[in-house]
Design a protein around this ligand. Sequence first.
Ligand code: FES
Ligand SMILES: [Fe+2]
Length: 434
Amino acid sequence: MSNLRRPAELSPTLDVSGLVDADGGLLDRAIFTDQTIYQQELRRVFAPSWLFLAHTSQFTKPGDFFTTYLGEDPVIVAMDKTRRIRAYLNSCRHRGARVCRADFGTAKAFTCTYHGWAYDVAGTLISVPNQAGYPESFDTGDWGLVEVPQVDSYNGLIFGTWNPQAPSLREALGEMTWYMDAMLDHDGQGTEAVGGVHKWVLEGNWKLAAEQFATDWYHVNMSHASALMALSPTGKGPREEIVHRSGRQYADPNGHGAGFPVHPKNRFDAQPVHQWFDYAAARERLGEAQVEGPLTNGHATVFPNFSYLPVNGSIRIWHPKGPDRMEVWAWTLVDRSMPDEVKEAQRLYNLRTFGPSGIFEQDDGENWSEVQAISRGFVTNRTPLNYQMGLGSERDDGRYPGTTSELYSDAAGRAFYRRWQSLMNTSAWHEENT
Ligand code: FES
Ligand SMILES: [Fe+2]
C-alpha cells in the first residue's frame, strides 16, 4: 500500500475544443508548441493508445531484447523463457535509473548500474544487494519492473499500450489492416526487419510528421521535385508523370490514414524488387484493389505516431521529445521470401530515399523544422492553419474499405486531429480515480 497521492493540480488539463476544427479544416498552432498541451498528450494520447514497439523478427530466442519508448517512457521489449514477447518500463524500482542501457541484445538479467538491483527477462526482481537492510515487509515480489499490460502484434508489427482497458489491437486498427496488409502480407510468409534501426533527431513537433504521412501526397511534387528528377530515367521533372495520377486517401475514425496513387501498373521503384515480385500471385492473394494501390506506393500513419512507406519498406516511429522535437527511429522491412540480393536492394533503396540522409527524407525534415522554427512567434502562433483540401469529399466508394477521399486531400489529416482532440478531451483510465 502506498500513502502517496498525486494532486490533480500537478497535471493541469486544457479543453482543446477551440484548438481543432476538424469539420471546418482549421488548426490552432498552439497544439505544436504549448508545453501544457504536450504534457496532456503524454497522458491522454500516448498513454492510452496502442503504440509501435518493434518488429517480431528482432526476437528469435529467449532473452532477446530491444529498448525503445512508449511516448517518453523508456521500455524494454523482451522475449521471456516461454518465448512470449513482453514489455516493461525501463526504470529501476529503487531510484529510477534505466536497468538496461543497451539498444538491443540478449540477456539473462538486467542489472541496474546504480546500486545493483537485478531483474530477470520477465521483469521480476531477483537480486537486491544488502537485502537484509530492508524491513521485513520488503518483498521482492512487489518490486518487479512495471509491465506494459497489453502487448500484441499484427503481421509482424508489435504494439503495446499502458491502457489495461484499451480495446484489442485488432479492434484499434480496424479497417486500417486492409491497407497495412498490402505491405505486410504479400505471400503469407511475412516480413522481416533488416539493417538495424536508424535514429535521428528533428526539430519539429511529432504531429507534423505523423499527419503528413497520414494525409499528405500534396507536398510530393513541390518538396521532392529535385529528388524525383534525380530518380527519373529521363532526368525530367515529375509533373507529367505524377501530378495528375489518380488515387485515394483513407481516413480512419481512430485517426489512422493512408494515401496511394491508383494505377494498374503500379510497381516497386527498386528494380531488383520489381523484377522479383510476383504481382500475379499478389493479385490472387490480396485482390486487384490492393495491388493497383497501396501495395507499392503511397504513405500511411497508424495513429498516433507510427508511419510507413510501401514503396521501400520503410517503417518508422516519431518519438515525441517535447513540443519542439522528435526522434525518428526507422527500420527497413523486406519480405522473408526475398532472396538476399533483393532484400539488400530494398535496404539500399530505402536508405537512399528515406534513410537519415535520404534524398526524400531530407526534404521532409526540412519542412517540419521550418514550420516549427517560426511557430512560437506570438502572431504566427495565433494564425490558424488550413486543412480544407477535399472538405466534404469523404465517402465510401465501395472499392476501398472505409471512408476515402481524393489522393490530394486533407481528409485523413482532419480525421487524425479529430481523434487527437477526442482523446485530449477524454479522461484516460489512469485519471478515473483521481
Ligand atoms: S537505482 Fe537501480 S539499484 Fe538503485
Ligand atoms: Fe515527403
